[in-house]
Design a protein around this ligand. Structure first.
Ligand code: SAM
Length: 333
């Protein structure tokens, strides 16, 4: 089997699969207050279609699959999908099956996820203050997410916390988040807000460059750059005072597209080769048009040959509008 390599020589190993556009939260930087019109059921890939797409992608070199959304754990019967994908794990066709979640459904599912061979998950959590949590997510309850993290750790899942850095919202909390996460044996990664979709607020009001955050944290903690890589875009430091790892995802102040090894599939079967570009390939049509694997296989390979060199997000006074019309909840984070 030839590995999947794009025209810049990057080996593509990782596929993020959004399985629903729905989420119980309405995070201020992700969706507009009124939400987005939900997609029709017929537009969304069935579990059988997702499983088939993953099987074909794995057969041509995808090694790691991350389920996302929307909120992946709110799609009905989600464990049926996890169970089917887990068979590819058990058979060695996939190296890793993981997911990114808002955490609120983990009390219900953590145990089963671990039973299916999921080893680590990412939980998105931007604040430890219940009122602020409600304000950021508009609908969320912090207690439920903390209970979810408790359940995940009790089930033996390795948890990484992802927090979006938001100007004037959680910027006073990063030290507390670091101490809390590291105190519980979890990594923390901070993420710059990206100009994806119209959320009804100017992005300049939300955007906090992580270069500034890092400089402030360095006044309090001893941060040492380390070579640790997970294959994703984060760059890591060790925090001497906590003994834990802190990641920075900096798509604005510094992107690391040269090492990008991922593609994203939306819940309607559109493959995006880059989070920050419009170009995409339709996988749903070949998936539905033929029982043979050839057309889908060819569509994935052709799309990857078009993977762009990188993105160039800008947020400044002249660029406050979305760089792309689609929201993160549509593409899948
Ligand atoms: N519901 C799941 C969750 O909460 O993790 C998965 C989907 S969510 C869209 C994935 C990640 O994208 C979350 O960590 C969220 O904070 C992040 N996200 C959403 N919109 C973003 C934006 N405009 N810029 C940066 N990160 C964003």
């Amino acid at each position: 089997m030839e590995p999947l390599v794009d025209s810049y020589g990057r080996r593509i190993k990782s596929m993020r699969v959004s399985i629903t556009d729905k989420c119980q939260f309405r995070c201020t930087y992700c969706m507009p207050a009124e939400g987005l019109p939900w997609l029709k059921r017929s537009e969304i890939l069935s579990y059988e279609e997702i499983t088939r797409a993953v099987r074909i992608a794995a057969s041509i070199g995808i090694e790691q699959v991350r389920l996302t959304g929307g909120e992946p754990l709110v799609r009905r019967g989600i464990m049926t999908l996890v169970g089917s994908l887990a068979r590819h794990l058990a058979a060695g066709a996939l190296d890793e099956l993981t997911l990114t979640t808002n955490g609120s459904q983990l009390p219900k599912y953590a145990h089963e996820l671990a039973g299916h061979g999921v080893r680590r998950i990412n939980v998105s959590l931007d604040t430890l203050d219940a009122d602020k949590f409600r304000a950021i997510t508009r609908w969320g309850e912090l207690d439920k997410v903390i209970a979810g993290i408790d359940a995940a750790q009790a089930a033996g899942l390795k948890v990484k916390i992802n927090a979006v850095a938001l100007k004037g919202v959680n910027e006073d909390e990063f030290a507390a988040l670091i101490e809390w996460a590291h105190g519980r044996g979890m990594e923390l990664t901070l993420i710059e807000v990206m100009p994806l979709g119209d959320v009804g607020e100017g992005r300049l009001d939300q955007y906090l460059p992580l270069s500034i955050v890092r400089a402030r944290l360095a006044e309090r903690f001893t941060l040492t750059d380390i070579d640790y890589r997970t294959g994703g875009p984060a760059r890591y430091v060790n925090v001497a005072e906590t003994g834990g790892r802190l990641g920075f995802i900096t798509p604005l102040t510094h992107n690391f597209c040269e090492s990008c090894n991922r593609v994203r599939v939306t819940c309607t079967g559109t493959l995006y080769m880059c989070l920050g570009q419009e170009d995409a390939a339709d996988l749903r049509t070949p998936l539905r048009a033929s029982e043979g694997n050839g057309p889908l296989h060819a569509a994935i390979e052709e799309a990857i040959s078009r993977k762009p060199k990188g993105h160039d997000f800008i947020i400044d006074r002249r660029h406050q509008r979305p760089a792309l019309a689609r929201h993160m909840s549509v593409t899948g984070g």
